[in-house]
Design a protein around this ligand. Structure first.
Ligand SMILES: [Zn+2]
Length: 241
C-alpha cells in the first residue's frame, strides 16, 4: 500500500517470519540465496559452508574486465578471500564441512588460533574511530580476521597469476607497479566519507571495523617503500591466517 509504510513493514516481517518457519522439518535448500542478484555485497554462510557473490558485486569498479589483473585482485579478489576466510574465523571455525555446529579442531590448534586472534583483538581495540571512541576488538574479530586473511589470499593468488604470465612486478603502468595497483584497488573498496555520528554508530554496533589490514601485511610496506618499524610496517604486526 502506497500510504502505509509502517503497515507494509509489519506485513513484510510477518511474511518473512512465516517463510522462515515453514522451512522447519524440510530439506535444506542449498540453492537458496540470502541476498538479491542486484545487491553489492557478498557473504559466507556457515550453515551451508558456502561463499556467495551476486551479480551486483561483480561489476566495475570491483570487477572490471578492462582493469589490470593487479587492480581486480585487490578489488574483488580481496572480497573473495574475505568470504573464504570467514569459514575459518572465530565463528566459522566452529562449523564443520557440512555446515553443522561441531568442533573439528584439535585443542592445540584452537589454542594457537586464540593466541593469534588475540593479537588482532588488541590491535583493533586500540584504533580510535572518533573522539575517544575506540573500535571494539572482540565485536569485530571475525570481520577483521576475514579482512586480513582474505587480502593475503588475494595477494598470493595475484602473485601466482603474475608469475604464470611472466609479469614484471617492478614495471610501472599508469605510474604504479603491479603490487601498488593491487593495494590501491583494495583501498578503493573502502573509499568513502562518513560523518562522525555514523562512525560512532558503526563502531558501537557493527561487526565491520574501519579497515586496518595493510599495516599487517609486510608486502604492502615493501610495495610502497616503507621501512620496518614505521607506522604502516610495524614490527608487531598481527597475522591469524
Ligand atoms: Zn565479512
Amino acid at each position: 500500500m502506497r500510504d502505509d509504510a509502517f503497515g507494509n513493514a509489519l506485513r513484510a516481517t510477518d511474511f518473512e517470519n512465516r517463510r522462515q518457519l515453514a522451512k522447519i522439518g524440510k530439506p535444506v535448500d542449498r540453492g537458496e540465496w540470502l541476498i538479491t542478484p542486484a545487491t553489492v555485497d557478498a557473504y559466507y554462510n556457515p550453515s551451508a559452508n558456502d561463499i556467495n557473490f551476486p551479480a551486483g558485486i561483480l561489476q566495475s569498479p570491483l570487477y572490471d574486465s578492462h582493469a589490470s589483473d593487479a587492480s581486480n585482485y585487490g578489488h574483488v579478489g580481496g572480497v573473495v578471500g574475505h568470504e573464504l576466510t570467514h569459514g575459518f574465523d572465530d565463528e566459522g571455525r566452529q562449523f564443520d564441512g557440512n555446515g553443522n555446529l561441531a568442533d573439528w579442531w584439535t585443542a592445540e590448534d584452537g589454542k594457537h588460533f586464540d593466541e593469534k586472534a588475540d593479537c588482532e583483538v588488541k590491535e583493533y581495540g586500540n584504533f580510535v574511530a572518533v573522539d575517544d571512541v575506540k573500535v571494539n576488538g572482540k565485536l569485530t574479530l571475525g570481520e577483521n580476521t576475514a579482512d586480513n586473511g582474505g587480502l593475503l589470499l588475494a595477494y598470493m593468488a595475484y602473485l601466482d597469476r603474475a608469475k604464470k604470465e611472466g609479469v614484471d612486478l617492478a614495471a610501472k603502468k599508469d605510474g604504479y607497479t603491479a603490487p601498488q595497483r593491487f593495494y590501491i584497488g583494495f583501498a578503493q573498496n573502502y573509499c568513502e566519507n562518513s560523518r562522525p555520528e555514523q562512525v560512532r554508530n558503526q563502531v558501537l554496533t557493527d561487526p565491520h571495523s574501519p579497515n586496518g589490514v595493510v599495516q599487517n601485511m609486510p608486502e604492502f610496506g615493501q610495495a610502497f617503500g616503507c621501512k620496518a618499524g614505521q607506522p604502516m610496517m610495524p614490527v608487531n604486526a598481527c597475522r591469524v591466517w
